[in-house]
Design a protein around this ligand. Sequence first.
Ligand code: ADP
Ligand code: ZN
Ligand code: ZN
Length: 738
Amino acid sequence: MYVEIAFPISSYKIFTYKVPLKLRDQIRVGLRVKAPFNNRKLTGIVVEVSNSNKYKGKTYFIDDIDDDIRLDKNLFLLLKWVSKYYISPLGKVLQVALPKTLTSNYKPKKIIEISYRKNENKILKNSPAQQKALNFIREQKTPVLINALKGIISNPPSVCKALLKKDLIYWNEKIVEPNIDAYTVPPIKKDINFTKEQKIVLKDLKSAAASNKFTPFLLHGVTSSGKTEIYIDIVRDNLKKGKSAVILLPEIVLTPQIAGRFRAEFGDTVGIWHSKLNNSMRSWTWNKIRSGDYKIVIGARSAIFAPIKDLGVIIIDEEQENSYKQDSSTPRYHARDVALMRAKINKIPILLSSATPSIESYFNQVRLKYSYLQLKNRFGGAKYPKVKIVDMGTEKDETGRPGQILSGLLLNKMEETLNKKEQIILMQNRRGFSPIVSCGDCGQLEMCIRCNVPLAYHRKGPPLKCHFCGFYLDIVSPNCRGCKSSNILMLGTGTQKIEDIVNNTFPNASLVRIDMDTSRSAINLKNSISSFASGQIDILLGTQMIAKGLDFENATLVGIINADTGLFLPDFRSGERLFQLIYQTAGRSGRRKKPGEVIIQTYNPDNSVIKYASSLDVESYYKIILDERKSLNYPPYSWLAKLEFSAKDKKRLNKITDKVYDYLKTPYKGLEILGPVDCYYERLRNKFRMQIVLKSHKTVDPNGDKLNKYLNDNLSNWNSMNLSDTKISIDINPTSLL
Ligand code: ADP
Ligand code: ZN
Ligand code: ZN
């Protein structure tokens, strides 16, 4: 008996091994096994079992079965698809979907409770510590934690063990499960009466669920139209039929509210899943999903690989978000596309949902590949917010105060809103205090020594930080490194600077800031959201993290402090992205009875992105974008693949990229090969970066199969090339070309 094994290494090869007699009964596809590999022991996964040896060379025996984890058939098929589609070694894919940290046995925390046992007043003359402890325990009406004795005696465990031996106390060990409450706001109970519009959407979704067919839906519902309530109802329908659901969210910051809402309806069957859970919580959650205790998984990107049974529906909230794309390591998968494939394999409906769909999904809807569902109205008669644009170019002149960061209009509106005891959301899509530190005389910038980007100035921790690689400097040099001038300027505006300005201008208002620097812990994040939701805090300030998905009753004013951030990035998606960001942020305002207002500050009021986003006009803007993409043959009119090269030595990198370019076989008609060129961020983490972009026109390659085959055919060439320290990564459907 032979098995084919995939290892988590960067080779595409699958390796053949013999199975020892004692393991023959247990061996199956999807099992993890230990095997000798180049003088090491590696854990790999069985991808095929057969009776003949496909390998001509010397074949070794596997050592043992690693654990009893076995992927179910459909999930295994999905992972094989990921490997093929994203041209990533299967072993690597399996490692992402099934990391050791999840499957290693989770040991739950234990606590020890003790209580008084005998009713006689026993005197323990020779052991005052035991006497003290016993007195304390006797006085308590209920069992106490052994740790509660810490203040009274010095070694509670050994003292209590002595008391236990004398049969004077009870000793009870309890398992403490991780506390999901810490990660979600308290369950939010609501009375729901679906509107006509909502009922129509639900009817379509439910009848698809009943048909046991792969049915992709695009739910295009304006902000606050009740999309979350739709998810809940469709999940309820599933649970009734004994099926489960996966709900993907694009940001960890959205989990507390949405999971809080789901937990009000479905209690302990709801599990949450994201990268900010610690290892034991993740492993515990994973096991609860696998055992079927959790029927609903709410989570970030990687939740799409959750080993959930009887999956009935997948829901992708804010489906346009780039955070669904893993773009820093292999496999560079897009959770939305993986979800579509999982739904296809499982023959179930999938709901892509957003107020601002991705251009791709919108295009698929136009082309009728997806069923299109619409919610055109905000729930409960809530109105769209009123949007005002402030032209910061002229704003300067009128106030006579150049460099104003908050316009006169925004300041007035903030004051009004605070006086009315309503809440404010401010969005500035830059973290830190100021993104650039520059010499006022010669213009030299403080740069990262490892990346070709400026260091940002921060108020807390090391003052100068690189947002790409984490490099930092402990002090800001008092003199310019070039001309020695002491005229050092902090240019541009990050969330910390806004925080200062707001605190100085409105000293009586309370503010909470949410950005990457304040959200290292998921529990902090949840606390910030809770405090704003409950009205304890007046102002919520944040980066794009707070732009979407959040639902606050009393937030009526939204200020977008610099709408131009990212406007001129040379990427074909930058306009789409910024449009969605502005539209979504505006959507946080006026979500109930009280009317909302949005102030958008910009230096480019006539730019089409800013104009259409402020008139909340999705259709018109998407039409413009689609025309633009069509004329330039960008997605959704083509398929893209990006080959990214990085190396320490630039000359060598140039050589290798030229060589790879030459290796690429003659392109088929309809395939453009662009490059090699330097990436926009041409040096990151001490490595130079270059790229070759392949663009396959849909007119000749409707499903992207041609491009996929072309890449697979050419891969064998690269494997035989001497790349030395140059790293090549393949990015299928890249979300950015920077
Ligand atoms: P979206 O996800 O589309 O932005 P939400 O689902 O958050 O919108 O809905 C906005 C608010 O309206 C939420 O507080 C939600 O509970 C409430 N809501 C939506 N539909 C209903 C309904 N049919 N009955 C009661 N409340 C509803
Ligand atoms: Zn200088
Ligand atoms: Zn750096």
